[in-house]
Design a protein around this ligand. Structure first.
Ligand code: AVI
Length: 312
C-alpha cells in the first residue's frame, strides 16, 4: 500500500491533533452522499447558486462572453456539471464561440462528461481534462491561446483555510493573462444557525458523508474502523466564518489501517473539513490581493451566496 491516499491517511492519523483530508470524501459512495446533501433543504449553498444561475443566466453569460471574441470556458472540479449546464445551454443557444474544458481529478467524471454532455447539450465543443487544477490549466493554455474564463463554483474555495484560499487565488492569477476572467462561487457569512444546520442536517446526511471516509479507509486501505464508535460534530464560529467538521471517538480504542496501529482516546477528535464563509468585503479583498479586479458579483435573493467575477 503505497498510494498517496494511504500516505496522507497515515500521516493525518499519526499527527496531533488527528486530521483527514476532505478531498478524499469523494469516492463513488461519497459522491452519492454529496448528491443527497445537495438536494437537502438545510444544505442551502446549492439552492442559492442554482437560483443565481437560473434567475441571472443571461447577465452571467453576457459577462463571460465580453465583446464576443472566442474563449475557453474552464471549470475547476466540474463534477456532473449540473449547475454549469444552465450557463452552457444559454451560451450554445446564443451562438457563443467557446469550448468547454472541465477539469477534474476524477478520471470517471471526465469520461462521463465527454460522453453525456454532447447528448444533453448538442453542439457543445468539449475537451475534458483529467488531473490537478494547475497542471491542467497549464495544459489548457498550451492547447489554445484564446481568452480564458475559469469557473470555480459551489464554494469549493471554502474548503481551504483563508490563507490557502488567498494563495490559491494568487496562483490562479499567475496562470492567467490580462483579460482572462474568474467566476468564483463563495458562500457568505449569515445567521450562524443557518450555517450550522447546513453542516449538521437533521437527516444526518452530513454525518454519513463524513463517516464514509472511515468506510472508505476500511474498504481501500484494509482499515478496521468500527464506524459506530465515531460521531460527527460540526461547529461554526461567526467571528472567523469558519465552519469545521470533526469525527469524535466515542470510546478509547485501537484501529488498524494496513499494518499501522492507531490509538484513540475517548473524546479525541479527527479534524475533517473546513467550510469557510466570507463577507462580501473579504471576497473583494481576496481578489485585489491576488491581482484581480472584482468587477461584478451575482447574489441570490437572500444574499447568502455570491458568484463573483474577477478580471485578470
Ligand atoms: C464541496 N464543498 C463546497 C462542500 C462544503 O459546503 O464545504 C462540502 C460539504 N461538506 C459538508 N457538506 C458539504
Amino acid at each position: 500500500m503505497n498510494s498517496q491516499f494511504y500516505k496522507d491517511v497515515i500521516a493525518g492519523l499519526g499527527s496531533t491533533p488527528k486530521h483527514l483530508d476532505s478531498k478524499y470524501f469523494y469516492d463513488a459512495a461519497g459522491d452519492k452522499l454529496f448528491q443527497d446533501l445537495m438536494s437537502c433543504d438545510e444544505y442551502y449553498p446549492t439552492n442559492c447558486e442554482m437560483e443565481i444561475f437560473t434567475s441571472q443566466t443571461a447577465e452571467i453569460c453576457e459577462a463571460m462572453m465580453g465583446n464576443g471574441d472566442a474563449f475557453d470556458l474552464i471549470e475547476l472540479g466540474a463534477g456532473d456539471a449540473t449547475k454549469s449546464s444552465h450557463l452552457l445551454r444559454y451560451l450554445i443557444d446564443n451562438k457563443a464561440d467557446f469550448s468547454y474544458m472541465p477539469i477534474d481529478i476524477s478520471d470517471n467524471v471526465i469520461s462521463l462528461l465527454n460522453i453525456t454532455l454532447p447528448v444533453t447539450l448538442p453542439g457543445i465543443n468539449i475537451t475534458g481534462l483529467n488531473g490537478e487544477y494547475f497542471d491542467m490549466l497549464k495544459k489548457a493554455a498550451a492547447m489554445s491561446n484564446r481568452r480564458k474564463v475559469v469557473m470555480f463554483l459551489g464554494s469549493n474555495i471554502g474548503n481551504m483555510p483563508v490563507a490557502d484560499a488567498q494563495e490559491f487565488a494568487k496562483e490562479l492569477r499567475r496562470h492567467l493573462s490580462p483579460g482572462d476572467m474568474v467566476f468564483v462561487g463563495i458562500d457568505l457569512k449569515k445567521s450562524p444557525k443557518t450555517v450550522l444546520a447546513a453542516y449538521n442536517d437533521s437527516e444526518g446526511i452530513t454525518k454519513q458523508f463524513n463517516l464514509n471516509l472511515l468506510h472508505r479507509i476500511n474498504r481501500e486501505l484494509h482499515g478496521n474502523f468500527n464506524i459506530d464508535n465515531f460521531d460527527h460534530y460540526a461547529v461554526y464560529d461567526p467571528e472567523t466564518g469558519a465552519c469545521r467538521s470533526y469525527l469524535i471517538s466515542l470510546t478509547q480504542q485501537e484501529v488498524m489501517v494496513g499494518d499501522k496501529l492507531i490509538h484513540f482516546e475517548k473524546d479525541e477528535y479527527i479534524f475533517m473539513e473546513i467550510s469557510q464563509k466570507y463577507t462580501m468585503a473579504q471576497t473583494e479583498e481576496m481578489a485585489i490581493q491576488a491581482g484581480f479586479k472584482a468587477t461584478a458579483h451575482f447574489t441570490d435573493s437572500k444574499n447568502w451566496f455570491t458568484d463573483a467575477v474577477w478580471l485578470a
